[in-house]
Design a protein around this ligand. Sequence first.
Ligand SMILES: Nc1ncnc2c1ncn2[C@@H]1O[C@H](COP(=O)(O)OP(=O)(O)O)[C@@H](O)[C@H]1O
Ligand SMILES: [Mg+2]
Length: 376
Amino acid sequence: MYLTRLDVHGIRNISSASFSPIDGINVFYGANGSGKTSILEAIYLLGRGRTFRSRHTKTLINHKARECTVFGAANSTGQAAVAYTVGVTREATGSFQFKVDGRRVTTSSSLADAVPLLLMNSESFLLVEGGPGGRRRFLDWGVFHVEQQFQSVWAQFQRSLQQRNKLLRHDKIAEQELVSWDDSFIRLSKHLTEMRRGYFKRIEPVFHELIDKLTSVKGVSLSFYQGWDDNRSLESLLAENIERDIRRNTTSVGPHRADIKILVDGRDAGEVLSRGQTKALVAALIVGQGQMFREAKEKQCIYLFDDLVSELDNDYLLRLLKVLASAKAQVFITGTDYVPLIKVLENEKIKDCAVFHVEHGTVNSLNALDLKGEAQ
Ligand SMILES: Nc1ncnc2c1ncn2[C@@H]1O[C@H](COP(=O)(O)OP(=O)(O)O)[C@@H](O)[C@H]1O
Ligand SMILES: [Mg+2]
């Protein structure tokens, strides 16, 4: 899918902005503090229902406004292309309204279906350097989109885990009660893990292909860690750990501990790669997800790259733009200057590109003539 029109109201310094992106590479440039990241936040809000900059979505509402709204018109790609709309309103009080094609939806997963998107920003290096949680959510993004049942099994599993942990917190815990709960905990764990493992198996070669294309890092190995020892049954590990779990009030093994282990020549990638290499690796993983999405769903997702030129070295940038252009996906890139990007795009004869100037929260499209004049 791709967005054909965006109307943004009350997001950070943007009181009102409307623009029509192209189905290709959209570059947003402007001075620091002009509102570039806010544009990406607005698009992200449309696909996820929240912001990526804070745990509190309220912070993105303009100080003078009581609510923020993003409205998007989209086209699905593929054989039977249809046009549809998506709208998100969030109020300072915490209430929200999500709409897909004019109909109210209650969950952010409905938005994710309507506007599937992937983001890379200055925090994304944490995908490699940070803890397992980020990698688990990253993997689950793909499993969610490819496996229809994933969302419901995942939600059931979360409830089961919370219930188990609640029981563990009781002063006098009846182990028998725990055992009776563990039946469904184990069943859901296995189902969730089966879906994750199946997805990982499909995406692993795609990841490697993109790591080759987008980075100069050699000797990368990726493996799926299910959240407990592969050679042991979850039943026996839960039984074995019961005393420890009671002491710590938490379940120590299970799919909530799953991870993608990333090694370079046998060592933890986060500990051996330079920051520049890490970012290129992260870009490869992100684009790998997008590519898998396209293969599995026969439609496109959107990519958001915040401050791309300062995130990636020139050589990596060039490789990434080439891959994105040939993937024919809709891409939103921000930067303080568009000239370095335009030069790369021109050299590569990448024509599907539009440039927007962001200034004090307003967005203006630059036409081809302006671009030629300014680039000289
Ligand atoms: N809730 C808010 N209300 C009004 N302005 C805000 C709010 N949050 C941030 N800002 C301001 O919005 C501007 C745009 O921020 P940002 O999108 O991060 O800029 P850029 O990415 O172009 O550097 C900044 O000047 C910031 O101070
Ligand atoms: Mg910014």
